[in-house]
Design a protein around this ligand. Structure first.
Ligand SMILES: Cc1cc2nc3c(=O)[nH]c(=O)nc-3n(C[C@H](O)[C@H](O)[C@H](O)COP(=O)(O)OP(=O)(O)OC[C@H]3O[C@@H](n4cnc5c(N)ncnc54)[C@H](O)[C@@H]3O)c2cc1C
Length: 470
């Protein structure tokens, strides 16, 4: 389709100012842009005016200087695994992709840090540091595609928050390019640095609305040498919280994951999607994937078995499947990690990642499932990083796709009523901004807007994500 006259003029103007700043692979007119620049995992879709692919901080800075002068809206893209539509181009936006900033600049075993460019893929970093006996603990299902810049911009959580914290806890230093092209760099390796405001925290979790993350210094951990995994099927949510308490008591800091699956998710993953060992047949209302990591295989294996044995003695009806090998552990994790596939199996869907006090989870899930059933929606998938108070809910909409808004309203309002958060991990983006008020006060949202206006006065970066300025 030919471009509208206004788009053609805008594209010519962009080409004139941006192309001279980049090598030939750095500028792609929107009409020639690959589909991967048009859609993320939320399945929202849009077409960019053009795609800009800088390969270093200086190019990002020079591009933003001219785009700022033109008041040109820009959407930032990492690995495009986001789930809230934040990186999907809106009308008239130009894509700034970080995919060519792919360098791991340094792995420093003395300070236990990695210095990386923003476009490094998470899995690439994990493998590179493990080869040196070190460990980057942030781990999420999209590890093969998501980038360090995206992880930081969304303050990603994932499977090991219980032990190592969110991405924020692993960021020591950050380099950011502001909307007007100014480079703000504090690439420190020290854990302690109280010289004034800790500016990097402003950009972590800001979903690309305040600046472009170009480089980071990440804290590494010692590589665990032992890993224990088990599936535990229990009857009733109280048994789930008992298990969490038992594991915390006996495993202490070794406990690295505590992933809970309600039957609706577990049955779909092991049944239709055939994940896990064939013939896996567990009773119970919930199935928990417990993982521990340590530095002393002999002692850790025994402690893990002891903790689960003690739990079983108190809960005779529960079933425990202990992984006996790495392959076994991978089979167990495959059940939990089928989340993306499971959602696509019930498309169109509405997806949620809420945070709630653990004490309120069971009643909240029962209440929402019941209200969804009343709406004729029975295809639910419920699972989450329970140790972190974070629950995922996917609702298959079937022929009721037009009721997506009503489902969002139900879920987010009820979470707000309990003092929870409408986003435990994935962020607000475009998909959830109408409901930000359910978990943030007017004063808080106003402060966010003040920060946005101060750092990006023309509102060119990820415009309209998280909140609207007007
Ligand atoms: C199968 C699957 C499993 C997932 N599991 C989890 C999970 O367990 N926990 C979790 O938290 N998330 C999870 N996610 C969501 C997603 O993977 C994370 O949000 C991830 O951090 C996004 O990284 P990305 O590089 O793909 O970023 P993108 O999707 O490209 O972008 C996400 C946001 O970050 C901004 N952004 C990207 N790069 C930069 C940059 N360099 N500077 C500034 N802003 C930038 C974008 O504009 C956008 O707002 C999952 C997604 C999938 C598909």
């Amino acid at each position: 389709m030919p471009l509208a006259t206004s788009d053609a003029v805008a594209l010519d103007r962009l080409r004139a100012v941006c192309q001279p700043l980049l090598d030939p692979a750095g500028f792609i007119p929107g009409q020639q842009a690959d589909e991967r620049y048009c859609t993320d995992w939320s399945r929202a879709r849009g077409e960019p005016l053009a795609v800009l692919r800088p390969s270093n901080t200086d190019e990002v800075s020079r591009l933003l200087t001219v785009l700022h002068a033109l008041r040109q809206p820009v959407v930032l893209q990492g690995g495009m695994t986001g789930l809230v539509g934040a990186c999907v181009p809106q009308t008239g936006e130009v894509v700034l992709s970080l995919e060519r900033l792919r360098g791991i600049e340094e792995i420093d075993p003395v300070s236990g840090t990695a210095t990386v460019q923003a476009g490094v893929c998470l899995q690439t970093l994990q493998q590179a540091v493990e080869a040196q006996g070190l460990f980057f603990p942030v781990d999420i299902g999209s590890r093969g595609s998501c980038q360090i810049g995206g992880l930081i911009a969304t303050n990603a959580g994932g499977n090991r928050v219980l032990r190592y914290g969110m991405t924020r806890q692993s960021v020591l230093g950050l380099e950011v390019v502001l909307a007007d092209g100014t480079v703000v760099s504090r690439m420190g390796k020290a854990l302690k640095d109280n010289a004034g405001y800790d500016l990097k925290q402003v950009f972590i979790g800001s979903e690309g609305t305040l600046g472009v993350i170009t480089r980071a210094i990440l804290a590494l951990q010692p590589l665990p040498t032992s890993r224990q995994s088990a599936l535990v099927a229990v009857q009733g949510f109280d048994a789930v919280t008992d298990l969490l308490a038992q594991c915390r008591r006996q495993l202490g800091p070794r406990l690295s994951s505590f992933e809970v699956m309600w039957r609706d998710f577990f049955d779909l993953s092991t049944g239709l999607l055939k994940k896990g060992r064939p013939g896996l047949n567990l009773a119970g209302t919930h199935v928990v994937l417990v993982e521990a990591m340590g530095l002393d295989a002999g002692q850790d294996d025994a402690l893990f078995a002891e903790a689960l044995g003690a739990f079983q003695a108190d809960h005779p009806g529960c079933e425990v499947i202990l992984a006996q090998s790495l392959a076994d552990a991978q089979d167990l994790w495959a059940i939990r990690e089928a989340a993306g596939e499971a959602a696509n199996a019930v498309a169109p869907w509405a997806g949620f990642d809420v945070s709630l006090p653990i004490a309120d989870m069971a009643s909240w899930v029962a209440q929402v499932h019941s209200q969804l059933r009343e709406m004729g929606l029975t295809q639910t998938q419920t699972y989450g990083h329970l140790g972190d108070g974070n629950l995922h809910l996917v609702v298959g909409l079937g022929s009721e796709a037009t009721r997506k808004g009503a489902v969002h309203e139900l879920v987010h309002r009820t979470v707000g009523d309990l003092g929870g958060s409408i986003s435990g991990e994935h962020g607000i983006g475009l998909a959830k901004k109408a409901h930000l008020h359910y978990c943030r006060s007017a004063a808080e949202i106003n402060m966010m807007k003040l920060m946005k206006t101060a750092l990006d006065p023309h509102g060119i970066l990820n415009r309209g994500r998280i909140f609207d300025l007007l």
